[in-house]
Ligand binder design. Structure first.
Ligand code: PMV
Length: 350
């Protein structure tokens, strides 16, 4: 842990820095955590390309500590409060952090009301700007160490954010299956261990329900503490890592589909088994899932889904081959289940 403590010798000055960070979508889900944002199980995600947060930070050295935030030009007081609290919580890792005032301007490349989680890309981008400032105030550190610490810092803001600092497939949480994996920061899943079939993928997010979720992920994670199925779930995530490792190596698309959909449904099953129980899926979510299953049965084409902690459906299908019938099916059959014909198209290439 020592490597993340900040340099006590620093010198602050007025600066403006900016950074951009993409969102990510988990294949093996993180759901449940211990103190200090330690995940209850390892997770792995694809880093997206188009869904990003762009953040500019102006640091007014020597002014009273405080944070002002603007989201797409509009002042956001609640977000500022959250960031202030976050900055105070990481002072041992960033010793200069309370030595000035911040004006943070941030915008997402995806619609704000879409219900797509912006916390991963948002905290990822803020952690990146902090590391830019850290270099200016405390001296140069190597690129690798800088990204690693940005991953460490962003985890303390929002767990899943730590995976957004790397491209491709990214692992967070200690597992025997991935060398150097850690509960404290994310690592890239070795590219050489990934079959080319999994390196070019579309992720089209069907916006089934736009707007705020009824239960936040912070509350959802907390409810795993009393969930009678939690321990079995944490163990299963480890088992699924072992399975996924073989699937990724061999290019086993059928195995991949089965595992990814199972993980998504398990996440939502955990919500239903919580006390109090909650359900984030909507009628449209279930309709889309059933249609995907029918389509796959009929066509044998590799269209499948995963879910975040929300009602939206992430449609996954390979992007390296002409998949005209998949695209047509989505537009003709699935789009009608969205609230406003909303779909955000993203793609993974690595
Ligand atoms: O990082 P958080 O606290 O927003 O939790 C995210 C949890 C899921 O998105 C549901 C799963 C994951 O691994 O990203």
């Amino acid at each position: 842990m020592n490597e993340f403590f900040g340099n006590p010798n620093f010198s602050v000055s007025h600066q403006k820095v900016s950074a951009s960070c993409p969102s990510n979508i988990a294949l093996i889900k993180y759901w449940g955590k211990y103190e200090n944002q330690i995940p209850a199980n390892p997770s792995i995600s694809y880093t997206l390309n188009n869904c990003k947060t762009n953040t500019e930070v102006e640091f007014l050295a020597g002014e009273k500590f405080g944070v002002q935030t603007f989201l797409a030009g509009k002042e956001e007081l609640k977000f500022a409060e959250k960031i202030e609290k976050y900055f105070k919580s990481i002072v041992e890792y960033v010793p200069w952090i309370l030595e000035g005032k911040y004006i943070i301007r941030t915008e997402n490349t995806f619609p704000h009301s879409s219900g797509i989680a912006s916390s991963a890309s948002g905290f990822g981008a803020i952690a990146k700007t902090l590391m830019e400032l850290d270099e200016l105030f405390s001296g140069k550190i190597g690129t690798e160490a800088k990204v690693k610490k940005a991953s460490f810092l962003s985890r303390l803001g929002s767990g899943s954010a730590c995976r957004s600092l790397y491209n491709g497939l990214v692992v967070w949480g200690e597992t025997h299956e991935v060398q150097n994996s850690s509960d404290l920061f994310a690592v890239q899943y070795p590219n050489s261990e990934v079959h080319t079939s999994f390196k070019n993928f579309n992720d089209w997010v069907l916006l089934i329900h736009e707007g705020e979720k009824t239960v936040s992920s912070t509350v959802g994670h907390g409810l795993m503490n009393t969930n009678p199925y939690a321990e079995r779930r944490f163990l299963e995530a480890h088992e699924n890592f072992a399975l996924l490792k073989v699937i990724l190596k061999n290019g086993d698309m059928e195995g991949f589909i089965k595992l990814v959909e199972h993980e998504a449904l398990t996440l939502h099953a955990m919500m239903m088994m919580s006390d109090p129980a909650f359900i984030l899926m909507k009628t449209g979510t279930l309709a889309v899932i059933n249609k995907i299953w029918e389509f796959r049965k009929e066509t044998k084409l590799p269209l499948f889904f995963t879910l975040d902690a929300g009602a939206n459906v992430h449609l996954l299908f390979p992007s390296n081959q002409e998949q005209t019938s998949i695209r047509e099916f989505i537009i003709k059959e699935l789009l009608q289940h969205t609230q406003n014909n909303g779909v955000v198209k993203d793609v993974m290439h690595f």
